[in-house]
Design a protein around this ligand. Sequence first.
Ligand code: HSE
Length: 326
Amino acid sequence: MRAPCKKNVNSKKIANCTITMPPSIKIFSPATVANVACGFDVLGFALNSPGDEISIALNDSGSLELHDATPYKLPLSPEKNVAAVALQSMLNALQSHQGFTITFLSKIMPGSGVGSSAASSAAGVFGANELLGRPFTRRQLVEFAMQGEKVASGSAHADNVSPALMGGFTLVRSYAPLDVIPIPSPPIFAAVVHPQIEVRTSDSRKILRQEVSIKKAVEQWGNVAGLVAGLFTSDYDLISRSLHDVIVEPVRALLIPEFYAIKQAAIDAGALGCSISGSGPSMFALSRDEATAHKVAQAMRYGFDRAGIESHTFVSPINKEGVRVV
Ligand code: HSE
């Protein structure tokens, strides 16, 4: 005898029979700017766009099934895909064998320096957490999403996944134990320019010096503290004085043609400060208002034009919400 057909809101008609489909949800996960000049591996903020979109559903297979609808030929084996690795670490913590089906619908361009792998990792763990009835807070999900970063770059840094999950500016005060602090901010607009060159995070981490002089360390932690204080107190001059990186930027600037000329053009156009977004090649600048941020974005783009490099720009306020169900 044929099994009775079931009907519910997630039903689909197949061969004259309406069968029940597992509920699926769609997730938007934002691009992020990590480091924010002086805060290598500890500071980051989220943008409104671009971002990743995935759909995620429970399945009965007990495994992670991945589908790619993006043009980027994403790795689809669960051990190599950042979202799957992050989700698996969450399932391990829950001692769960629940299966999930994830479809990557649209994607931040990989290797752009605006947290492409972090957006996928955050989307995977956030979506699964929603479907499982929220066993974890957004802050707790950071620990799992970091495991995706380890696959992508060889290092489980949290400065992109924290703002992707929690929104706004975030500070990773400590990695062991993980301690992520949300930082309030006054109205502030980011201009991001993405030159069409690829810099792999793993490569741009390898070139960093492993030792820092005490003189440079003093300058750097003065700026980190100044930036955090400026964000807390809405002191734009202090934010501007603090957006300096004397440790990482001088090394990585070599990977970005005309970096110093483009940075100067952003400042001349009115930016509070400008530096490399994450591990590059994108550059970001912060401005007090949207009109200035657009001028800054244009000035930075002209800089890359002059160097004969095509680039794309984004202007966004700080995204306060982070990853969300759409
Ligand atoms: N903090 C990391 C780095 C971010 O600069 O390598 C990578 O996006």
